[in-house]
Write a new protein. Structure first.
Length: 271
């Protein structure tokens, strides 16, 4: 009996059910899913910090946005950053360009205008095959269109040749589009002249410049924007010791001065 009873007890002990897995009293610490959840929250926090850093509004961008909205909706329709209903709004002072910015903008406009003049004259020269007879250059003073007196005048005279008239009419078609003051400058070589009509090279160079001015005005150039000047032999571009050098010095220049264009741009901005 004792053996049987002991065997029954052994059987009962052997087959006793294990504790249930869901029994809370048998577990300690946080659930396993909390570690994954904590990692997810950390990653989300880093993500939003990154978004905040990338979305920081630049001051200049904000000002441009406010300016655009003000022009579309009216000056008082766009509140300043940080204002709320019921608070006093202070008008944003208009941003005036600094003097240096104004100078840079004006210089860029003048440079573009000079480039346009050079481009149009070069196109005229190429289209009419005037290379070697008419040239155009841009320098620190402005744009200079140079024409040889051999093309325009007979030696010692002021009467325009037929070819010279034809070329000047074509040049006038370009100049008549420009509302800037233009100077016509006459130049001679150093060979002296002394006639009843031209006592010196001063009179000869001035008369040639005036002849060119009259023809340009007759062909559409505004007389209010043109003047004639004579420089005699005192502004040579080559030596006067050779025939080739003297031929280069005998010329008529059509000059658009940089300073003159700058003054006109400044007057337009003031108006």
């Amino acid at each position: 009996m004792a053996d049987e009873t002991g065997a029954e007890k052994d059987d009962e002990l052997t087959f006793a059910p294990p504790p249930e897995e869901g029994n809370k009293s048998s577990r300690t610490g946080a659930p396993g899913w909390m570690a994954t959840f904590a990692d997810l929250v950390t990653l989300l926090m880093c993500f939003f910090v990154l978004l905040f850093a990338m979305s920081t509004t630049q001051q200049e961008t904000y000002k441009e946005l406010v300016k655009s909205l003000r022009s579309a909706l009216g000056a008082q329709a766009v509140p300043e950053s940080g204002t709320r209903e019921g608070l006093t709004m202070h008008a944003v002072p208009s941003e005036e360009p600094s003097p240096n910015q104004q100078i840079d903008e004006l210089g860029g406009m003048i440079e573009k205008e000079l480039e346009d003049i050079v481009s149009e004259v070069r196109e005229l020269v190429l289209f009419n095959k005037l290379g070697g007879e008419v040239s155009v250059t841009k320098n620190e003073d402005g744009v200079v269109i140079t024409m040889s007196d051999l093309l325009l005048f007979a030696e010692g005279g002021t009467r325009l040749s037929e070819k010279g008239i034809d070329i000047l009419i074509k040049v006038a078609s370009v100049l008549s589009k420009l509302a800037y003051h233009v100077k016509i400058k006459g130049h001679t070589d150093s060979e002296p002249i002394s006639t009843a009509l031209f006592p010196s090279n001063w009179e000869l160079s001035s008369a040639r410049a005036s002849t060119v001015v009259r023809l340009l005005v007759q062909n559409g150039v505004n007389p209010f924007y043109i003047s004639a000047e004579g420089y005699a032999q005192y502004h040579p571009v080559a030596t006067n010791d050779t025939p080739q050098g003297r031929a280069r010095n005998r010329r008529v220049e059509i000059v658009y001065e940089r300073d003159s264009i700058a003054r006109q741009f400044a007057d337009m901005n003031r108006n």
